[in-house]
Design a protein around this ligand. Structure first.
Ligand code: DGJ
Length: 513
């Protein structure tokens, strides 16, 4: 294997290799405009995110700034960003803010914005133009592909060997807002034609989009055309420098009709169609702002899709969710959004921008920013010391995770024992219960997470009793266990518990008749 970042299948699950070693991203995505100025990054971003103990920063690269005039490229900003990341000792996942960002075309250069004839807009049913360039606009897709190709060629020359940039997200939260489909002339003509043969074969349907997909036709049509456009763009980039590339999804959510969330984006139900049309993407990534984190993880691991969460809601729940994502779903990475604000208080001007949340239709109920920083930093610190151990257990069936939602706890099943986990009642402003468990051997277990207590049970039908042989608090440093207190007496008399700050317990048990 060469050192180039790449996805490799191991134990039936995908691993990301960087510099020849497996890599798990404890990440954070920064605000949209932060990376447009290097001095701002130095002053307002790096000093804050360093405290989070993250190893990966997710940051945009803006088409409008790298190709301000057609064919004239300037990579100074990207070079500066990579340089800063190297000094900070973190890796980067870059977001290509090209033709589409949250459904709109706000990041295309001015020369594209102004030329609405060549780079035509998607239209609504009444014929009005949107501010989204149509995915059926060949010229626009070609221009984006050409710019992305130049970016990747530049990156190959600048970053090969060091591999500071480990993945690239192509576009951002693609899809059409305000209507289920594009009604431009070109789109109407394509919509009336028979669906492509590979789609007909895969779905066992035929005829026009309408005939084949009925009420869902508009969304399926858009998904196909966005996926074809992204396929062309990512292929152009990969021809120069084949970093792992992916797309992210603004999730299907209330009020549910396509167009209220971007229609045609890679929501779970159209992932199969995206895969057919854009086979070189390595994964489909959910941006999880909704409360049902576990359900979304489940949806986005269907059919072997590797889980990467490039954006998650910026509240204390992220401190627990990260354990669940790695433990239960073998995530490749996890990153809450807007991380430069996590250590600032409302008074510093960094509360949640509710108008933005509402405009983007993001669920902001229970949204708490203050206090997230210290909780997440502790989770990342703990996980950061044991990434090798986690990697070693991915796909083995000997690692799992749990997360509090509506239930009071859960029952986990291992080879020789079951473990009953009871969630601590969640208090306002504190993280929910969440954790991961690794079965190190039949009778030795590592528990890491927040807000739970545990009890070992015999497997059903077994009459044996189970006792605690040894319970240690501790942390992993470079994947070596360093024990703290040994818990016994009052601390282990009833149920062994973990509090509100992420911590780990090594538990050894024995059975007797
Ligand atoms: C989702 C987008 O992908 C991000 O770029 C950003 O706009 C956030 N929403 C804002 O919460």
């Amino acid at each position: 294997m060469n050192d180039m970042p790449q996805l490799v299948q191991q134990n039936g699950t995908a691993s990301l290799y960087v510099n020849g070693k497996p890599y798990l991203a404890l990440g954070g995505e920064i605000h949209n405009s932060s990376a447009s100025n290097l001095a701002y990054m130095e002053e307002k971003v790096w000093p804050h995110i360093k405290k989070l103990n993250l190893n990966t920063v997710i940051a945009p690269v803006y088409w409008e700034l790298i190709e301000p005039e057609q064919g004239i490229f300037d990579f100074a900003l990207v070079e500066g960003l990579i340089g800063q990341a190297r000094s900070e000792g973190v890796k980067l996942i870059l977001l290509w803010f090209g033709l589409w960002k949250n459904g709109k075309s706000s990041y295309v250069p001015g020369w594209i914005k102004r030329d609405t004839e060549t780079y035509f807009r998607a239209r609504y049913a009444d014929g009005a133009a949107s501010d989204t360039i149509s995915p059926l606009c060949e010229a626009a897709v070609a221009a984006d592909a050409a710019a992305f190709k130049r970016l990747m060629a530049w990156m190959k020359a600048f970053d090969t060997g060091k591999y500071t940039v480990i993945m690239v997200q192509v576009e951002n939260e693609i899809g059409f807002l305000g209507s289920e489909r594009d009604y431009s002339e070109t789109a109407n003509a394509a919509y009336a034609k028979p669906i492509p043969r590979r789609i007909a074969q895969a779905y066992g349907v035929d005829g026009s989009w309408q005939e084949a997909f009925g009420a869902d036709a508009g969304e399926w049509f858009m998904a196909y055309h966005y996926a074809c456009a992204v396929d062309r763009i990512s292929r152009a980039g990969a021809e120069e420098y084949p970093l792992p590339m992916f797309v992210n999804a603004w999730l299907e959510q209330y009020p549910w009709r396509p167009g209220t969330y971007p229609s045609g984006g890679p929501v779970a139900k159209v992932m199969k169609l995206w895969r057919l049309a854009a086979p070189m993407l390595c994964l489909y990534a959910p941006d999880i702002y909704v409360a049902n984190f576990a359900d979304v993880c489940r949806e986005y691991t269907q059919d072997g899709n590797p889980l990467l969460i490039p954006e998650a809601r910026r509240d204390v729940s992220s401190a627990s969710n990260v354990f669940y994502a790695f433990g239960r779903h073998d995530a490749l990475g996890f990153a809450p959004f807007g991380v430069e604000g996590f250590f600032q208080t409302g008074e510093d001007g960094e509360g949640p921008d509710l108008s933005v949340m509402m405009a983007l239709n993001i669920d902001f109920s229970g949204f708490v920013v203050n206090g997230t920083g210290p909780y997440l930093a502790q989770s990342y610190k703990l996980l950061g010391g044991m990434l090798g151990l986690i990697q070693q257990h991915r796909g083995t069936g000997r690692m799992t995770g749990f997360l509090q939602h509506h239930d009071s706890g859960c029952l986990l099943s291992f080879a020789r024992y079951d473990v009953q986990i009871a969630y601590k009642r969640q208090e306002d402003g504190k993280p929910p219960a969440g954790g991961l468990v690794i079965e190190l051997s039949e009778d030795r277990f590592l528990f890491a997470g927040i807000g739970f207590s545990l009890q070992f049970l015999p497997k059903r039908g077994m009459r044996e009793r189970i006792g605690l042989l040894r319970v240690e608090e501790g942390v992993y440093e470079h994947d070596v266990w360093k024990r703290g207190r040994v818990l016994n007496g009052d601390e282990a008399a009833y149920r062994v518990a973990v509090g509100d700050q992420a911590s780990a317990l090594m538990v050894e048990v024995y059975s007797y008749a």
